[in-house]
Design a protein around this ligand. Sequence first.
Ligand code: NZQ
Ligand code: ZN
Length: 390
Amino acid sequence: MLGNFVYSNPTKIYFGEDSLKGLYEELPKYGKNVLLVYGGGSIKKNGIYDKVMSILEECGKAVTEDSGVMPNPTVQKLYEGCKLARDSKADLILAVGGGSVCDYSKAVSVSAYCDTDPWEKYYLKMEDVDNRIIPVGCVLTMAGTGSEMNGGSVITNPEQKLKIGHVFGDNVMPKFSILNPVYTYTLPKKQMIAGLFDIMSHILEQYFSGTDDNTSDYVMEGLLKSLIHSSEVAVNNPTDYEARSNIMWIATWALNTFVAKGKTTDWEVHMIGQAIGAHTDATHGMTLSAVSIPYYRHIMPYGLEKFKRYAINVWNVSPDGKSDEEIASEGLTKMEEYMRRLGLVMNASELGVTPDMLEGIADSTLIMTGGYKILSREDVIAIVKESMNQ
Ligand code: NZQ
Ligand code: ZN
């Protein structure tokens, strides 16, 4: 049942090959000082940096650069970014990159003028923002996280072995995001497939919850089918515009709060994945691919009807002459075959997980209550162990 809700999404999207021109419309809305945030240099190699800089200059902006945002941005980097944002009196933070750059920019936007420790306030205590927020705009170069149209911001504290996401409200979501599918052509295959599975996982985390007849589930089945088809095309031909543009748009809709309406949502795969990330600094999408099949096989008996529906509606499993368990299980087998075809990491050992980390990973895993089974600590250990053996 959809129940009562308020829906609003303030992020304005500019989509397509010409979308960077949207900067001409957006930049004049903000003051002169722009903090340009980017990662390890991919935007310099593929020319996006030059294009953005020339528009910033044309619009008369004073630009301060904050580069070197790493995948899985750290709390240490966040502290540095806050100082840079204050010192440069940033009126706008322009994030040019993937989910890490976008997440980090949102973290800086709420933390620069926070008079207590932002890690403690936002990530450990999950408090709301009560200080000045610097607006964020985004030029996206990687499809996956949905960070371009949501309030999520994931920060890692390597010393505390914690990787935590805070979902901020409307006032922190990007004011605008530029989505040019062509910018994703230069992604290395590993990052491209990690992003593809991140998208799939976002949809499944929301789909595998609840047992009612919910419009969101039908929407998600459509998104999944389009994703599966487009991903197979894009992996074989990375410059297929049609496939790349579908993928970019699916990623945005997978996690911009729309399909969560009426759902309790699970997110346990992400919680285990983030714990693995905190211990290994592994690529986000790969932490999810490594644990998904063991996790879903583990919870399948508790959500059998939905897993059966998933098998039939998403993976075209024929139900004829089969038990519910057989149908549901065949769906997961087809999903696993697809994941192996893409080249995803299926074994947590390949991400650097060793047996002595298992207890620590279980300690760092938040237990969620919206899915089909509330995991015990032993369940988490069993799932990661299973991943190390598959
Ligand atoms: O740093 P550069 O040099 O730019 O290289 C990046 C990085 O090494 C590279 N890359 C990005 N676009 C490229 C490119 N290389 C060539 N051409 C391009 N066009 O790809 C690498 C990975 O980038 P990153 O931003 O780390 O990837 P992603 O978009 O997957 O973001 C991952 C982060 O987002 C968080 C994850 O936990 C992780 O920290 N998430 C954020 C969410 C949200 N805001 O809602 C939800 C997600 O579940 C996720 O947790
Ligand atoms: Zn994710």
